[in-house]
Design a binder for this molecule. Structure first.
Ligand SMILES: Cc1cc2nc3c(=O)[nH]c(=O)nc-3n(C[C@H](O)[C@H](O)[C@H](O)COP(=O)(O)O)c2cc1C
Length: 321
């Protein structure tokens, strides 16, 4: 997630052991091929085998509308040690769409096929090339043709976010079309969108029939949810204690320390952003009390003060102080 799941956050969430793979924030391919330093800045894990410190692989996501430049960009990533390339056909940002990238390509299935085919043709065959799609630009049924196009282009798997571009992030996410595509295609289909609880996950699995899931905001709002889902999927995960928010913030600082962007200002901004996701997904109800804090210590003090006084009234008690 652009501006959100950067290397420290990937490291933090990967540490839990529930995820098989992370996808980087998108790297935009416009008129120039992004140089190595751009890939290394966005995906510093390239220096460590393209895995987080805990060994979780990170796929490199590229975004753009020109097949040749996308293929060349993928090759730059591969030359740096990429383990997998993901292509973004889902970004709804108007500036990205105006410049022929992200979800705008959902209007042109044949272009999706050409882009995937060009990247697939350039990347060595042992490395996966995948595509991330929304259901369509303004029509949920466009996914049938677009998913088919990505598969014909040679995608190793596709991830489908169950919304159209014009829906933005407005609920609901529609899982039925994901299930329809999954039943038709021979490649794995990863279901994505609006999984915020174990119950959501179970319904999504039932509706889509999928065995693979991508979590975005839900994993941020409640990192422990990823463990519950991984267990439900039969994944062996190490025993983890339930961390309080206070402990999670400490872990964030530990994970961000090795990265050059880490500074008190950066960490404060990222922690507030993280807590705002937790509030929006209904996992905390106290973001307003810390959103103007001027330091992480201040947030920690605030958390410890109200967690004592309000503990019984904040559900679910297992995921917070
Ligand atoms: C702030 C933000 C940034 C995002 N950036 C990306 C991105 O760079 N690449 C991508 O494929 N999806 C991106 N997404 C979409 C998410 O990956 C995901 O498809 C979407 O949030 C729905 O899943 P969720 O309900 O689990 O969050 C972004 C979403 C948000 C909210």
């Amino acid at each position: 997630m652009e501006g959100v799941t950067d290397a420290p956050m990937r490291s933090l969430l990967g540490e839990l052991g529930a995820f098989d793979l992370a996808v980087s924030e998108f790297i935009r391919v416009s008129h120039e091929i992004p140089p190595a330093k751009v890939f290394l800045k966005h995906v510093p894990e390239l220096k460590t085998g393209c895995r987080t410190a805990q060994g979780m692989p990170v796929a490199i996501q590229i975004l753009g509308g020109d097949p040749g430049r996308m293929a060349q960009s993928a090759l730059v990533a591969v030359s740096l040690g990429a383990l997998a390339i993901d292509i973004n056909f889902g970004c709804p940002a108007p500036t990205v769409n105006r410049h022929d990238g992200g979800a705008t390509l959902l209007k042109y299935p044949s272009r999706i096929e050409s882009i995937v085919a060009a990247v697939r043709g350039a990347v060595p065959s042992h490395l996966p090339v995948s595509a991330k799609l929304r259901l369509g630009w303004d029509c949920r049924d466009s996914i049938d043709e677009n998913a088919e196009a990505a598969a014909s282009g040679g995608a190793s798997w596709i991830t489908i976010h169950g919304r159209t571009r014009i829906q933005g992030y407005a609920p609901p996410a529609y899982w039925e079309p994901i299930g329809r595509v999954r039943a038709r295609l021979k490649i794995p289909v990863i279901a994505n969108g609006e999984i915020f609880s174990l119950e959501d996950f179970k319904r999504c699995r039932e509706v889509t029939g999928s065995e693979h899931f991508m979590l975005g905001r839900g994993a941020l709002g409640d990192p422990q949810l990823t463990l519950a889902i991984a267990k439900e999927l039969g994944k062996e995960i190490p025993e983890h204690s339930i961390l309080s928010w206070s402990e999670r913030l400490e872990r964030f600082l530990v994970h961000s320390a090795p990265f050059p962007q880490s500074s008190p200002h950066y960490n404060l901004r990222r922690i507030k952003q993280w807590l705002s996701f937790a509030q929006k997904t209904g996992h905390i109800d106290w973001f307003d009390r810390v959103k103007r804090s001027e330091s992480i210590e201040e947030i920690q003090r605030e958390i410890s003060s109200f967690s004592k006084s309000t503990r019984p009234s904040i559900p679910p008690a297992s995921t917070i102080d």
